[in-house]
Design a binder for this molecule. Structure first.
Ligand SMILES: Cc1cc2nc3c(=O)[nH]c(=O)nc-3n(C[C@H](O)[C@H](O)[C@H](O)COP(=O)(O)OP(=O)(O)OC[C@H]3O[C@@H](n4cnc5c(N)ncnc54)[C@H](O)[C@@H]3O)c2cc1C
Length: 379
């Protein structure tokens, strides 16, 4: 299944997505027509059940599709992951039958765009300190607060939003046209410019009971269990970007001549690229192994965190070395690898920073560290 979908995803992404990547970076906007096109290709509901229009396939297949889309465009890949994993997969895993019937088919066909809103201006790494609140109201709740850095926040028809209800995390599904929901300014980012990022606001926005995702007050479970799958699929992003950068760089260094021969004829250049290829293979295998564990229901926190940690560091370092091999051209915005290297930097921060991924691993693997952290007087 994964191999079949790699071929389909690679063919579609190289043909339809890659040619748009220049423009989306320059214009700082997403090519919206792609949602329906990706829907037709069955990319938007890879892990969602077939009865709701999904592919009913594996996390490994989802990783492969996300990697191929990111290889064509980092920006499209990021928005794709926010839609297909952060939103669709969360509804597929936690939604009621009615929620799945109402939202999944349209999200999976690309008629609706999805997003997930967790971060706030004052609550990023320390996400549990969020200030967005839910208050009981007849027939449901009112939602008030502001979320920051929301991928697809401006175009999303369906947003999974985390908020506090009596200090207990609760997740709800917000629909675009609900009164009291509004969108703030678009971020002017250094990379991933085709993936639109917005602040969003809730001003006494009424959320009916039927739009609570999971149980009221039990949103921490929804949030935390979703984060493992999120980190796994996000790891595919830097892997796709590193593959694209290496391909471009082999081509460039094979034709660019200095001192009478191609750059890559210098053993140091060829061996450095060889090292980057083997590093990419290692992090890719790591991520595929984590995906295989997810498919067996065995994906644990530290495996998801370490796969994403290693993929993001490798992605950022590989793409930066590739940019440097383009010399002065690599410093210009005309150079594709310049964009790829800028895009790859996002994965060091987005989806929980590298430090937070290390924290997850340290808490799990180093008992004395974890005990010291939990000792009285520490937080
Ligand atoms: C392009 C983009 C898209 C995004 N999309 C989404 C989205 O769709 N939905 C969503 O909810 N969020 C999204 N985010 C938000 C993202 O998850 C946060 O930016 C990230 O979690 C970091 O939070 P912060 O920016 O508040 O940084 P901070 O938490 O302020 O961290 C700043 C620095 O301090 C470090 N740090 C913090 N605490 C500690 C500590 N205890 N020990 C050591 N170091 C520490 C961090 O690791 C980091 O290096 C997106 C962000 C970006 C840039």
């Amino acid at each position: 299944m994964s191999i079949e979908y790699r071929e389909a995803a690679a063919a579609f992404s190289q043909h339809y997505i890659k040619p748009l990547d220049d423009r989306v970076d320059e214009e700082n906007s997403f090519p919206y027509h792609l949602w329906r096109e990706m829907g037709k290709q069955d990319f938007l509901g890879v892990t969602a059940p077939e009865e709701f229009g999904g592919l009913g396939s594996t996390y490994l297949t989802h990783v492969v599709v996300a990697e191929e889309i990111s290889r064509a465009s980092g920006s499209v890949g990021l928005s794709y992951i926010a839609h297909s994993n952060l939103c669709v997969n969360q509804i597929a895993r936690n939604g009621t039958q009615d929620q799945k019937v109402k939202f999944l088919p349209k999200l999976i066909r690309g008629e609706f765009v999805g997003a997930l809103a967790m971060s706030e201006a004052g609550a990023g790494s320390d996400v549990m300190s969020m200030k967005t609140i839910l208050q009981p109201a007849p027939g449901g709740y009112t939602l008030s607060g502001a979320k920051q850095w929301i991928t697809n926040g401006n175009t999303a028809d369906v947003l999974i939003v985390y908020a506090k209800l009596d200090n207990a995390m609760t997740s709800v599904i917000v629909e675009k046209n609900m009164e009291g929901f509004s969108v703030g300014r678009k971020e002017n980012k250094m990379g991933m410019r085709g993936s639109e990022t917005h602040a969003i606001f809730f001003d006494n926005c009424f959320i009916p009971d039927e739009n609570v995702l999971g149980q009221p007050g039990k949103g921490a479970k929804v949030l935390m269990s979703g984060l493992n799958y999120e980190r796994l699929i996000l790891a595919a992003g830097p892997i796709g970007l590193a593959r694209a950068a290496l391909k471009e760089t082999v081509e460039y260094t094979s034709t660019r001549e200095q001192f009478g021969h191609p750059l890559v004829a210098n053993q140091v250049v060829a061996h450095t690229l060889a090292g980057l290829f083997s590093r990419l293979a290692a992090v890719r295998d790591h991520t595929y192994m984590a995906a295989a564990l997810a498919d067996q229901g065995k994906l644990i926190n530290e495996i998801a965190a370490s796969a994403f940690l290693e993929a993001s560091i490798a992605g950022a370092e590989i793409t930066e070395q590739c940019r440097l091999y383009h010399g002065g051209f690599g410093y210009t915005l005309d150079c594709r690898v310049n964009r790829i290297a800028r895009d790859a930097q996002l994965y060091r921060t987005g989806g929980g920073t590298e430090e937070m991924r290390r924290e997850i691993i340290a808490r799990s693997e180093i008992p004395v560290y974890n005990a010291a952290r939990l000792a009285p007087g520490k937080s």
